[in-house]
Design a protein around this ligand. Structure first.
Ligand SMILES: Nc1nc2c(ncn2[C@@H]2O[C@H](COP(=O)(O)OP(=O)(O)OP(=O)(O)O)[C@@H](O)[C@H]2O)c(=O)[nH]1
Ligand SMILES: [Mg+2]
Length: 336
């Protein structure tokens, strides 16, 4: 009988140890979870999946053709390639800004919501949630019941955006089920569509996340990825830059600030930043340099790592691993 892992959705098999879905042959009849999920859930041990981004895109491609409600889950800290799904979903969809608990409490949520509503007008609704803090879960449940086309509602978004954590919270809040989907801060935890019945009128379908190729997590070792993952409210690091200087982000990279400006860096509280005089960059010469001008109404974004607000137009030199996206966007936090 074909069985699927309750942790990641992949088909269970006992033939190939190195393939996803592997379980020991003597357990294939009794277990409901693959070895990869078991080790991740119980020991925090992560194993890279052998599936590619085009495989994940292939899975969700068919969903775009269905006329079902889509919840597009976007990590508020890591917007990534939000346009990818936005440009493909034409069925009713709700933009769910997840992990709102990690932004400072002083942030004006209404302004944040109207920023996204204006920029992405095809979403029926935009809502900010925190699955960790159980914030706006009932409100989102009501929106789902209002807009759903049938019993099936698809949950889509980038890898690590918090899709499975959100579904687990729905399971906890609205069902007696004790089987939860496996979640982690490492990329590609969910590998296949997982169907979760919430009640007789609602089944949520978790989907594998899209890998954002410019995300810094693709280029850093596991221990650093775990530390850049933001678990608690960010305390922005604020610097009054009076003359050219450099900010050293441990071994991850370096940011030279070339103009006078007040800058606020939104980054994991676990990453040390050293503020040093501007000097030669010998240590970082193997990293790629991006020289970038940031207007005072823009943020500088280093994908998956941080974003920086500036008080005045400022030029930065950013040294990061080749492949990491460094770009500007309209400021998402205006007045706090
Ligand atoms: N602070 C905070 N962290 C969250 C929240 N929701 C999810 N996370 C964390 O975000 C990381 C990714 O969560 P997942 O639910 O595994 O993300 P996913 O979208 O299912 O990822 P894939 O399965 O790879 O597509 C985990 O470390 C979660 O603990 C939240 O509301 N607040
Ligand atoms: Mg998942």
């Amino acid at each position: 009988m074909t069985k699927f892992c309750i942790g990641c959705g992949v088909q269970l098999q006992c033939d190939d140890y190195f393939e996803d879905g592997y379980v020991n042959p003597d357990m294939i009849d009794t277990t409901i979870m693959c070895k990869r999920c078991f080790r991740l859930k119980n020991y925090g041990e992560y194993r890279v999946s052998n599936k590619s981004n085009s495989y994940y895109k292939g899975i969700i491609k068919d969903i775009f053709r269905m006329n079902e409600l889509v919840l597009h889950i976007v990590d508020i800290f890591n917007l990534g390639n939000i346009e990818y799904i936005y440009s493909k979903v034409f069925s009713p969809s709700i933009l769910v800004l997840s992990k709102i608990d990690i932004l400072p409490k002083s942030i004006n949520e209404e302004r944040l919501i109207s920023y996204f509503k204006k920029k992405y007008p095809r979403y029926k609704e935009v809502i900010a949630i925190s699955s960790d803090k159980n914030y706006h879960m009932d409100e989102l449940f009501d929106l789902i019941m209002k807009y759903k086309e049938s019993n099936s509602v698809y949950v889509m978004g980038n890898s690590n955006s918090g899709k499975s954590t959100f579904i687990n919270k729905m399971i906890k809040n609205y069902t007696d089920n004790k089987n939860f989907i496996v979640t982690s801060c490492m990329p590609s935890t969910t590998l296949n569509v997982i169907s979760i019945k919430i009640n007789d009128e609602l089944t949520l379908l978790d989907t594998p996340g899209i890998i954002n190729e410019g995300d810094v997590v693709n280029y850093l070792p596991e221990d650093v990825v775990k530390r850049i993952n933001i678990k608690h409210e960010i305390k922005p690091r604020i610097y009054q830059i009076k003359e050219k200087c450099a900010l050293i982000l441990e071994d991850i990279g370096r940011i030279n600030v070339l103009d006078k400006s007040n800058i606020s860096i939104y980054i994991s509280n676990n990453i040390d930043i050293e503020h040093v005089n501007f000097d030669k960059n010998d240590k970082y010469k193997d990293l790629k340099l991006t020289k970038i001008h940031v207007d005072s109404d823009e943020d500088l974004v280093i994908e998956g790592l941080c974003f920086i607000k500036v008080s005045d137009d400022t030029v930065f030199e950013v040294y990061m691993k080749e492949g990491v996206s460094v770009y500007t966007r309209d400021k998402i936090i205006n007045k706090e």
